[in-house]
Design a protein around this ligand. Structure first.
Ligand code: 9D3
Length: 258
């Protein structure tokens, strides 16, 4: 269950940030496991975005477009090999039918291990689109001719293997939903995220450490500077922590001019 609208956001931005967008961003999701999505789309930030009227999710079962009574949408690969291949006909028919359900032309996205690794900058761009169509594969592959015909943006969630494109699609929805205006309770949270704050050369910085009560726990103390109330000193300490953590954990994030 999501919180009622009135409780979203802080008191001070209620008057300026309460208004839902004119038309929700529409996200169509094509999958052979439609039942996987509802729990995620109705919970937490994606659910809150939907309740707020910022997003509209429509999940479609590719099998509905199978042209045979067994609802078969895959077949064995030409040339042999393991696994099954999603056929052109059900997928492309499904895309065309779903696209016709709304007057906006969507940005087509295929979640695939062969895609561009997803990064926050891309999420930010997609969050501003008025309509997205996500294709979650769940096979050894999709017939290459369908991919050519659809020419989707191909996105990967990173260099590891999951069993299908469904979780990657949900992850992308979550990343996009939380960037919709007024969706996060605290508007500043998104702006202060790891990967959103940058150093002077524009490279993203990881987040700083956080502490709450008690001040002492099992002999571990909260850093003194956070208790002093000197906000300039706190900001400086946090920035320094971010730089150190980024250098240690993610040296690849630091941009170097040649
Ligand atoms: C060597 C053959 N495998 C490619 C890595 C086959 C294969 C494995 C897993 C084909 C599809 C899948 C299912 N994964 C996705 O659809 C997927 C995915 C992923 O596995 N990792 C990172 N991002 C993504 S986006 C979609």
């Amino acid at each position: 269950m999501s919180e009622p609208r009135q409780r979203l956001g802080s008191d001070k931005d209620r008057s300026t940030q309460r208004t839902p967008p004119e038309r929700p961003m529409r996200i169509d999701i094509l999958t052979i496991f439609p039942e996987m999505f509802e729990p995620i789309l109705s919970t937490s930030i994606p659910g809150r975005a939907r309740e707020f009227g910022a997003t509209d999710y429509q999940v479609h079962d590719i099998r509905r477009w199978a042209d045979n009574k067994h609802r078969k949408v895959d077949d064995r690969p030409f040339g042999g090999g393991p696994g099954m291949v999603l056929m052109c006909q059900p997928l492309v028919d499904c895309v065309e039918a779903v696209e016709a359900m709304d007057d906006r032309i969507p940005t087509r996205i295929l979640l695939t291990p062969q895609g561009e690794p997803l990064q926050q900058e891309r999420v930010g761009t997609l969050a501003r689109m008025e309509r997205l169509l996500l294709i979650a594969g769940h096979y050894e592959g999709i017939d290459e001719r369908a991919i050519e015909a659809l020419s989707p943006l191909r996105l990967s969630i990173g260099d590891f293997v999951v069993s299908g494109g469904e979780l990657p699609a949900m992850l992308l929805v979550d990343a996009i939903a939380r960037l919709q205006p007024s969706v996060l309770g605290h508007e500043l949270s998104a702006a202060e995220d790891s990967f959103s704050v940058t150093d002077q050369s524009g490279s993203p910085l990881l987040d700083c450490p956080h502490y709450t009560r008690p001040r002492s726990w099992r002999g571990r103390e909260v850093p003194e500077v956070l208790l002093g109330g000197d906000h300039a000193a706190i900001d400086e300490w946090r920035l320094q922590q971010r730089r150190e953590r980024t250098r240690r954990m993610r040296p690849d994030l630091t941009h170097r001019d040649p």
